[in-house]
Write a protein that binds this ligand. Structure first.
Ligand SMILES: [Zn+2]
Length: 276
């Protein structure tokens, strides 16, 4: 069955994210546990968590992903930022357990001068410090690779897994991978990219897809999402991707733009149309 959903808001109560998801026509999804632009602890009441779990079960919505704060930087060489990042991640995995959410998604962050190897080391050891509750898995997301951000190359993901004690899995963001230089705009490109992911990382550890089109061309390292089929990946690439055997059973979570008229509902419907 096609699992497709959007990033929805917990404003007014975590369970509202479920109602919003159902309104959009989604059957899986992603949330922030708090505002992602600031350091803030998730503050989810027991009753609210219960309602989130009940409504998700009632409407058959899942899996869910918590996307960690944008401030988290696992690669950082700065001690205080590293401690804050580990602390924030610990609270995210605990919030996930409370909500019965399977995945916590995180970007590796930027090495800001530590170098690629040093940054990957920092991320791996930071992840090793987490005490992740049973039933929760940390997903490291592929990145667009701007500046000193790591995770643009699939090799980075494999290296972190090799170096960390934590059992991690991965989230592939189509807009990020495309911006990082993996061409997903043609059926051949999709085939090659997923074969490369399989060879370098292994599809067995790919748990989730962030399905976004890209406003910028392949290899530009620019991370700006576009509506499904309307960006540089385009309809051919998206059609090939959502029907590819390697990913067709994975949850497809949309982070498409919401400020320019086309809603998540429109994008979810679009994915259903492109799917055979
Ligand atoms: Zn993403």
């Amino acid at each position: 069955m096609l699992r497709v959903g959007a990033h929805t808001s917990i404003a007014g109560g975590a369970y509202n994210a479920v109602d919003e998801q159902v309104d959009y026509g989604g059957n899986c999804g992603q949330i922030f546990s708090h505002s992602p632009q600031v350091w803030q602890d998730p503050d989810i009441e027991d009753e609210e968590a219960q309602q989130f779990r009940d409504r998700s079960a009632e409407h058959g919505v899942g899996p869910w992903v918590i996307h960690s704060s944008y401030l988290v930087n696992l690669c950082t060489p700065k001690d205080d930022l590293r401690e804050q990042s580990i602390d924030a991640m610990q609270k995210e995995v605990d919030a996930a357990a409370k909500l019965d959410i399977e995945y916590v998604n995180v970007h590796l962050g930027a090495h800001t001068g530590a170098g690629v190897d040093g940054g990957l080391d920092n991320a791996a050891s930071a992840l090793s410090e987490l005490d992740v509750p049973d039933g929760v898995t940390v997903l490291v997301e592929s990145d667009a690779g701007s500046g000193t951000k790591l995770g643009g190359e699939f090799e980075h993901l494999a290296t972190v897994r090799e170096r960390t004690d934590l059992d991690i899995e991965f989230c592939l963001d189509t807009a990020h991978a495309f911006a990082a230089g993996y061409d997903l705009s043609t059926p051949e490109g999709v085939d090659e990219t997923l074969a490369e992911f399989d060879e370098v990382v292994g599809l067995a550890d790919l748990a989730c897809v962030h399905l976004n089109d890209s406003k910028h061309e392949c290899g530009t390292n620019k991370d700006e999402h576009a509506h499904i089929g309307e960006g540089e990946i385009g309809e051919d690439g998206m059609t090939a991707f959502v029907n590819h055997d390697a990913v067709r059973d994975l949850p497809l979570v949309l982070e498409t733009p919401s400020e320019d008229g086309k809603s998540f509902a429109w994008n979810i419907e679009r994915v259903r149309e492109l799917r055979d």
